[in-house]
Design a binder for this molecule. Structure first.
Ligand code: NAD
Length: 503
């Protein structure tokens, strides 16, 4: 049974080698310092202490990694799907073997609580297994006969791809992008977030230990504006799979324009949870709390706006505020902790800045609204009430444990508020009226909607957002649509008339 003391002792064992060596890049199967020799520090959000130094890659390192990915591509593309499947399952096995180490390092590097991260490592393994099983059929196509031709379609991997990931749940998100790319037959250059680089390195080591050939997967650490930018501009990189802020997605689209990059964007959200008065209000309350205060609220699919029908709003919001005040804030490695520290000082400043915005806009802070403790980047779980839809706290992604509550009276009003933001990632609807659920979900502008449920991910379903929340979908076969090119081959079945010119 894990407790804080044991977790801290085990973490210390795992971090020892990073403290002495730092986190190095890995290119073509070899450890590499940054070509410039530059390094940066990664610090723990718990107490801002140094975890280790990290190679600070730039354009030269990206170029070496992209060349390695290009050189490794033909052999990986031409390997049988069955063989790729075997290697990807082996990666999943090794992730499971090292799940505790991954979870401990992830908690310390990101501030996410142990209770969630211990499962996130296993979800990473499940992502590999899911796409491993699909690898043998990735190239399958259709037969579309016409009167004169036997038309065949097939898919081929697009080539070396760049994967750029954020810091909120870095391990799980990296597997979510890289597993389908490899299953499709693409080679990869991964640029993890600079705030949380440790577990990307562990994942890379696992992949090579599992038998992934050198150069199929390359890791370059560094900052977005140099390593990230260089990756999006590199001519050998055929597509960019990006998870991060909407603003960064827009920059990447510009940076990739000259080389006509294919892009897949999973971006920000300001997701509504809409509670009608006929719903199971106890379950709606549990789900609304879970979807904003778990994972430190640093979750793209968090339900950061609560829209509750005015007939039940008073009691619902009072019960909500009471529960929010009782959420256990603490050390991320303590299994009892429900809310850990925010990732970094700059993000802490952003989130706490919204406490002042809320006051200035005339909303009420019904819970939290303060820093928690003296050290680290802890904030109290926070609830804003009395908000109106046009306020910044109801429009902008805060990306912390901060919920903005509003009320509505009619279904039409609820839909207008729900859709009245630039984002469209997820929505959560609570009603026991089936006809309303169908009508309302049809009108919602969101890529993913759950009715009478929190977010429960099912890997065959499409994951992604509308509007400023993204472009493209992952999951099921949608991932292969991104990482592969469609090819059509038309074979004449007879001697059809060919229009003759110049006769
Ligand atoms: P971010 O956009 O600041 O950074 C993400 C990554 O992009 C990092 O690796 C960063 O180094 C890199 N980057 C930054 N500038 C770049 C540039 N000019 N060119 C190339 N790369 C660049 O995002 P973040 O703060 O790390 O993560 C939080 C954001 O991610 C939130 O908006 C959240 O909603 C979003 N997110 C979305 C999903 C989803 O599935 N839709 C999932 C998780 C997180």
């Amino acid at each position: 049974m894990a407790d804080l003391e044991t977790n801290l002792a085990r973490l210390d064992d795992h971090l020892g080698r990073f403290r002495s060596e730092g986190v190095l890049n890995r290119i073509a199967g070899a450890d590499r310092a940054a070509a410039s020799g530059a390094r940066f520090e990664t610090r723990s959000p718990v107490d801002d202490s140094l975890i280790c130094e990290v190679a600070r890659g730039g354009a030269e390192d990206i170029d070496a990694a992209a060349r390695a990915a290009r050189a490794a591509f033909p052999a990986w593309r031409d390997m049988t799907g069955a063989e790729r499947k075997r290697i990807l399952h082996r990666i999943a096995d090794l992730i499971e073997d090292r799940a505790e180490e991954i979870a401990l390092c992830e908690c310390w590097d990101t501030g996410q609580a142990w209770r969630y991260m211990s499962k996130a490592a296993l979800r990473g393994a499940a992502n590999f297994r899911f796409f491993a099983d699909r690898a043998p059929a990735a190239r399958d196509g259709q037969v579309l006969p016409s009167p004169t031709l036997m038309n065949l379609t097939t898919r081929v991997p697009i080539g070396p791809v760049g994967v750029i990931t954020p810091w909120n749940t870095p391990f799980m998100l990296s597997t979510w992008k890289i597993a389908p790319a490899l299953a499709a037959g693409c080679t990869v250059v991964h640029k993890p977030a600079e705030f949380s680089p440790v577990t990307a390195r562990i994942l890379m080591e696992i992949a090579e230990e599992a038998g992934l050939p050198p150069g199929v997967w390359n890791l370059v650490n560094g900052f977005g504006e140099d390593a990230g930018k260089a990756l999006t501009e590199h001519p050998d990189i055929k597509a960019i799979a990006f998870v991060g802020e909407s603003r960064t997605g827009s920059m990447i689209m510009k940076q990739g324009a000259d080389t006509l990059k294919r892009v897949h964007f999973e971006l920000g959200g300001k997701n509504p949870v809409i509670v009608f008065d006929d719903a199971d209000l106890d379950r709606a309350l549990d789900a609304a709390i879970f979807m904003i205060y778990s994972l430190n609220g640093e979750r793209c699919t968090s339900s950061s706006r609560l829209l509750v029908q005015d007939t039940v709003a008073g009691d619902f919001i009072a019960r909500l505020a009471d529960r929010v005040r009782k959420i256990r804030v603490g050390h991320p490695l303590d299994p009892d902790t429900e809310l850990g520290p925010l990732i970094h000082g700059t993000h802490f400043d952003k989130v706490t800045g919204y406490f002042d915005v809320a006051r200035a806009e005339g909303a009420r802070i019904a819970a939290g609204g303060r820093r928690h403790g003296e050290t680290g980047w802890y904030v109290e779980p926070t609830l804003f009430t009395g908000a109106t839809p046009e306020m910044r706290i109801a429009q902008e992604e805060i990306f912390g444990p901060v919920l903005t509550a509003m009320t509505f009276s009619t279904e039409a009003e609820a839909l207008e508020i729900a859709n009245g933001v630039p984002y469209g990632l997820t929505a959560y609807v609570w009603t026991n009226d089936l006809t309303r659920a169908l009508r309302f979900t049809d009108g919602l502008e969101a890529g993913m909607i759950w009715v009478n449920s929190e977010n429960v991910r099912h890997l065959p379903t499409p994951f992604g957002g509308m509007k400023a929340s993204g472009i493209g979908r992952d999951g099921g076969d949608w991932s292969f649509e991104f990482y592969m090119e469609q090819k059509h081959i038309g074979l004449a079945t007879g001697r059809h008339a060919i229009t003759q010119l110049g006769m």
